[in-house]
Structure formats: structure tokens, C-alpha cells
Design a protein around this ligand. Structure first.
Ligand SMILES: *[C@@H]1O[C@H](CO)[C@@H](O)[C@H](O)[C@H]1NC(C)=O
Ligand SMILES: *[C@@H]1O[C@H](CO)[C@@H](O)[C@H](O)[C@H]1NC(C)=O
Length: 190
């Protein structure tokens, strides 16, 4: 058991350096526009799918291997990093007009069910983790979920701040849905 924890720790450090590797490009002086934000949301959608299928495999097989545990860890942190750069891009793009604001919020609304689905599966994976005797997993998942929550909250707040007045309530309602879904999963792992 101790050995598993140590392996997990080692692998999570390795995954951490992969995450920093992925974020190296984010300091480039690019012109941030609504198109950039749309591209970020498309990347978020892909990464949510990837997290979802990683967790799906755990729930479907009822087995949590070291590889799948690391897969969830890495997929969650990669997603949080993308959400962080999306937050920066939203801030840099400034307040959107009506058309752009609608486009952005619609794109996010379209992936909310996938986010909820991944989080529900993540909650189910806790039971699998309990059987798997990978003692480091629960604490690692909790820490990753908190990181994701911080990133998602900051992203939602940036979007609300960048929304034209009549879209603010839509933005707030999306925030409530996503943040509550993350909070429920955090509660399962706490
Ligand atoms: C909204 O802003 C975009 C640029 O992001 C611009 O192309 C578009 O014409 C604007 N639409 C309106 C209705 O002002
Ligand atoms: C989610 O993050 C926000 C902002 O960092 C924080 O205020 C909130 O307490 C967090 N929620 C949970 C369940 O950790």
C-alpha cells in the first residue's frame, strides 16, 4: 500500500511536469479575440471528453489501476490549465457585444451536460477507488477537483464580467450549474 502511494506520488510529480510543459506556450503575445475564446472552449470540450472517457473506463471495468488513476489526475489538471488560459483570454478580449456574448455562452452551455456527466462518473469512481486499495487516489482526486473548481470559478467570473448586461444572468446560471456539480463531487471525495 505504501509502495502504491509512493508510485502515485512519483507519477503525479511526473504528470505535473507534463502539465507545465503544456502551458509553456500561454505567454505568447497573441491577439486575444472572441475567436480565441471560442477556440479555448473547443479545447475545453475535447479535454472534458477525454477526462470523461478515462473515468468511464474505471467505472465500466470496476477497476482502478495505477495507469487509470494517473490518467484521471493528468486529464483533470490539463483541463484546469486550459480553463486558466481561457480565463486570461476572456479577460484580454474585454466585454463582448451581444452577438459574441451569445455565441460564447451558447458554446459553453453546449458542453455543460458533458461536464456534469464527467463529474457524476468521477463521483462513482470513488467507490471503485475504495476497493482498489490505491490509498493516494482519493486525496489526489480531491486536490485535483479543488484545482478544477478554482479554475472553473475564475473562468465563470471572467465570463460574467465580459458579458453584456442582459446576458449576465445566463452566465450566472451556468456558473451555478457547473460550480454546484464540482462541489458535489468534491463532497464525495472529502
Ligand atoms: C461584435 O463584435 C465582433 C468582433 O468580436 C464583430 O465582428 C461584430 O460585427 C460585432 N457585432 C455587432 C452586432 O456589433
Ligand atoms: C470553489 O472555488 C471557489 C473560488 O476559489 C471557492 O470560493 C469555493 O469555496 C470552492 N468550492 C469548493 C466546494 O471547494
Amino acid at each position: 500500500m505504501v509502495q502504491h502511494s509512493l508510485q502515485l506520488l512519483f507519477l503525479s510529480l511526473f504528470a505535473g511536469s507534463l502539465v507545465s510543459l503544456f502551458s509553456v506556450g500561454s505567454g505568447e503575445p497573441v491577439k486575444r479575440t472572441v475567436a480565441t475564446v471560442e477556440a479555448d472552449i473547443a479545447t475545453i470540450a475535447t479535454q472534458v471528453e477525454s477526462l470523461d472517457s478515462t473515468i468511464d473506463a474505471i467505472d465500466a471495468l470496476g477497476v482502478l489501476s495505477l495507469t487509470s488513476a494517473l490518467g484521471v489526475h493528468s486529464a483533470t489538471l490539463v483541463l484546469a490549465t486550459t480553463v486558466d488560459s481561457a480565463t486570461n483570454d476572456v479577460k484580454a478580449a474585454g466585454v463582448a457585444n451581444e452577438t459574441d456574448g451569445n455565441t460564447i455562452l451558447n458554446s459553453i452551455q453546449a458542453i455543460v451536460p458533458n461536464i456534469e456527466d464527467a463529474l457524476t462518473k468521477m463521483s462513482s469512481a470513488k467507490a471503485v477507488a475504495a476497493i482498489a486499495a490505491l490509498p493516494g487516489f482519493t486525496a489526489m482526486a480531491l486536490s485535483d477537483l479543488k484545482t478544477l473548481n478554482d479554475s472553473a470559478t475564475a473562468f465563470a467570473d471572467a465570463l460574467i464580467a465580459a458579458s453584456p448586461a442582459d446576458l449576465v444572468s445566463t452566465g450566472m446560471s451556468i456558473k451555478t450549474t457547473v460550480v454546484s456539480a464540482i462541489a458535489s463531487t468534491i463532497a464525495v471525495y472529502s
